[in-house]
Structures are given as structure tokens and as C-alpha cells.
Design a protein around this ligand. Structure first.
Ligand SMILES: Cc1ncc(C[n+]2csc(CCOP(=O)(O)OP(=O)(O)O)c2C)c(N)n1
Ligand SMILES: [Mg+2]
Length: 399
């Protein structure tokens, strides 16, 4: 998909003007190539401790937009299928859906290379797609179904998707805990002099935790290549940001780190911000991003999602700000795709996900002996507190 995005379509150069240009962006904007177009963003970024922000324009192309359209449709479709399977009790345990937030992961990831690092919380299915972890819909859905063929071999489930081979460090269930971990990953990149960055995602609720500020502080002192990303989806469980947070300007939460607040519902803007942040993290040190976004579904499957907000509010965001619809609009308005072509992509993605569900339903669950593997690096047993159940027999604990 990356190569698709990088490939250039053979289309004439045109400019799609949405509105005013940010007067803070002083650098001369790059010119689009012959098959590319320029999109200008409407609303200025919120900037903190920065004189100049990311570009207020994005250069894009047919291939680029189609790549994003397909990728975000896949993210959405996997979760629609997971929602259905959960309600049929085929998926058990916790399940937190990312529906509505797709443009954050897809756009920021497009600014990274596979050697960079990503860590996030429990809302992690879409990040598996965007990290291009060799993670297919098959292995994501198999994991949700608790099957051996899943990306964490059926033992992680929804909250613990993980792929160390592609530097995706999860999938973390403890709110905020991934932020100091991500800071540590950035520290390792600095020590090893790899030139790579770590993106550490967290929510608006997690943003109020003390450990986030400790991480900001260490990252600043050591000038770590760490990008802190607050996904402000307006709610932490059933509590709105206005009720939980003394200030809702999450990009300025660290008084000493620079920050950018941006429209997380626009994938092109996410990518521009990601590019700026990567450059900043590599040359100057840590930076805080705040993606203004929205989750359509409840906090998790046990939350219907409409007791603390109205249906009208959710429908209003879907109708006016949906990140996939926005890409569809660009494609249609530039004449890069027709309604029928977009429908065909949707049908293909749906068929791919339906097939993944069928495979997950019939796949094997992990073998009983796998219960003890992948807990420690060396797979040592017995494991404290569990060894007495080994092979169904009570084994005296040596601990
Ligand atoms: C340390 C800790 N405290 C509380 C919880 C329960 N909990 C799970 S998610 C959540 C809300 C987090 O909201 P936010 O950070 O905004 O992320 P979002 O769910 O919106 O993505 C809470 C309180 C937890 N998992 N870990
Ligand atoms: Mg939140």
C-alpha cells in the first residue's frame, strides 16, 4: 500500500482550494507534480511553542487517495465485522472499537518508515492495519476470535495485538502505561543512534495522568525522538473532556514541549502533521500532537455509547466529519474516481473481511500447552501462580 501511495497517477495538475492559507506557514510550499493536486486546509493548526507549523497544504494524487480510501475502509470493515461477531458471542472479553478515528493512525503512519516505532493503548486494531505489520484482516480477526492463527497467536485478544518484527509494541490495556514505555523506546533509539522515532499514542482521559508528565519531562531533558500523540476523541469512557480536564488544549499540556492541535478527521492533514513531527523529533526532540477526533461506538462493547451523548451528536459527526467520506469527496471532486469505483472497492474490502471471518470461525484455538509460552522471553516454566494447573495436575509451587 505504501508503494501504491508513493506511485504517482497520470493526472493533470489542479488545485483544490478549500479556504484560507495559514499565515504561520512561511516556507514556500512545494509544487505538485504533473499527476498531483494540492489540497489546502481550512482551519489553522493550534500551535504551542512553535513559530511555524506544518504545511497548510497537502500534495496528493489519485493513487495516494485511493490507497487511503482502501486502507481506512479496511480498518472500518474489520471492526464492523468484529462488532457483529461480538454480539453473536463469537468474540469474548474486551473489545474497543476505533470507528471514526481511522484518519489519525492512517495519516500519521504515512509519515513513518517501517523502522520507526509505534505504541498505543487498547484501541489498537486499526494500528495493526496502518503499521503494515504483514498483518492481514485474517490475522487480526483470528486474534479477536482467540485463534492460534491470530497475530498474537490467540493469546492477546483485542487489547494485546503486537508485532515486534515491525516495531509495533501494542496494544496496552493499562491506561497511559504505554506512554512511558514509548518514551523508553525513543530512549533506546537515541542510545542506539538508529535515527528512528517512536510515536506514543494515548487518549484524552490518559492525558490527565501523572506518568504522562513524567514522560514529557524525561523526554525533554534527554531530547528523545518521541512523538506524543493525544487522540482527543472527546470522551474517556462516559466522561467528556470538558468534565474531566482543567484545560482541553491537549497539545499545550506540557508547558515546555512544543505542540500541534490538528484535525484528526482529515488523513491528509494527519500526514502533514506527522511529517513535521518526525522531522522535529529527529532534529530537535520531543513534540506533543493533539488529534481532534471522535469515536462513533461506545467506549467498549458494554457501553451503548448514547447515555452520555445524544444520537444526534454522533450522527452529526458521521454526516459532516467522517474521515472516509472526506477522502471519497476528494476522489470524486478531483475526478479521480466515480461512485461506482468506490463502491467496487468497498465490495472488495467487504469480501476480504467476510472471508477472514469465515477462516477465523473455523480456525484452531491455541493448544493447552501454549498457555505457558510467550509469557517470558525464554519461555521458562513454571510460571508463578499458574504452575499448579500445569497439565491439569496440581504441581507444588517452588516460589
Ligand atoms: C490505570 C487504569 N485506570 C483505569 C482503567 C479503566 N479505563 C479503561 S479505558 C478508560 C478511559 C480512557 O479514556 P481515554 O484515555 O480518553 O481513551 P479512549 O478510550 O477514549 O481511547 C478507563 C478509565 C484502566 N484500564 N487503567
Ligand atoms: Mg478519549
Amino acid at each position: 500500500m505504501l508503494s501504491q501511495r508513493l506511485a504517482r497517477a497520470r493526472f493533470g495538475q489542479r488545485t483544490f482550494s478549500i479556504s484560507r492559507v495559514n499565515n504561520l506557514a512561511k516556507k514556500a510550499a512545494p509544487k505538485p507534480g504533473p499527476n498531483e493536486v494540492t489540497v489546502k486546509f481550512e482551519k489553522p493548526y493550534g500551535l504551542y511553542l512553535l513559530e511555524e507549523g506544518p504545511s497548510m497544504e497537502a500534495i496528493t494524487s489519485k493513487e495516494d487517495l485511493l490507497g487511503f480510501y482502501r486502507e481506512m475502509s479496511l480498518m472500518r470493515r474489520i471492526e464492523i465485522a468484529a462488532d457483529v461477531a461480538y454480539k453473536q458471542k463469537q468474540i469474548r472479553g474486551f473489545l474497543h472499537l476505533y470507528n471514526g478515528q481511522e484518519a489519525v493512525a492512517a495519516g500519521l503512519e504515512a509519515a513513518l518508515t517501517p523502522s520507526d516505532h509505534v505504541i498505543t493503548a487498547y484501541r489498537c486494531h486499526a494500528h495493526m492495519v496502518s503499521r503494515r505489520c504483514n498483518t492481514t484482516a485474517d490475522s487480526i480477526l483470528a486474534e479477536l476470535f482467540g485463534k492460534q492463527s491470530g497475530c498474537s497467536e490467540g493469546k492477546g485478544g483485542s487489547m494485546h495485538m503486537y508485532n515486534h518484527k515491525t516495531n509495533f509494541h501494542g496494544g496496552n490495556g493499562i491506561v497511559g502505561a504505554q506512554v512511558p514505555l514509548g518514551t523508553g523506546i525513543a530512549f533506546s533509539q537515541k542510545l542506539l543512534n538508529t535515527g528512528n522515532v517512536c510515536m506514543a499514542y494515548y487518549g484524552d482521559g490518559a492525558a490527565n495522568q501523572g506518568q504522562i508528565f513524567e514522560a514529557y519531562n524525561m523526554a525533554s531533558i534527554w531530547k528523545l525522538p518521541c512523538i506524543f500523540i493525544c487522540e482527543n476523541n472527546t470522551y474517556a469512557m462516559g466522561t467528556s473532556v470538558e468534565r474531566s480536564s482543567a484545560t482541553t488544549e491537549f497539545h499545550s499540556r506540557s508547558h515546555f514541549l512544543p505542540g500541534i492541535q490538528f484535525d484528526g478527521m482529515n488523513v491528509l492533514q494527519s500526514r502533514e502533521v506527522g511529517r513535521f513531527a518526525v522531522e522535529h523529533a529527529k532534529t530537535k526532540g520531543p513534540i506533543v500532537l493533539e488529534a481532534k477526533t471522535y469515536r462513533y461506538k461506545g467506549h467498549s462493547m458494554s457501553d451503548p455509547g448514547i447515555t452520555y451523548r445524544t444520537r444526534d451528536e454522533v450522527d452529526g459527526v458521521r454526516e459532516t466529519r467522517d474521515p472516509i467520506d472526506r477522502v471519497a469527496r476528494y476522489l470524486l471532486e478531483f475526478g479521480f474516481a466515480t461512485d461506482a469505483e468506490l463502491k467496487a472497492i468497498n465490495d472488495e474490502v467487504k469480501a476480504q473481511v467476510d472471508e477472514a471471518v469465515r477462516k477465523a470461525q473455523t480456525a484452531e484455538v491455541p493448544k493447552p500447552e501454549e498457555l505457558f509460552t510467550d509469557v517470558y522471553v525464554s519461555n521458562e516454566t513454571p510460571i508463578r501462580g499458574t504452575e499448579q494447573w500445569h497439565n491439569g495436575f496440581a504441581v507444588p509451587s517452588s516460589y
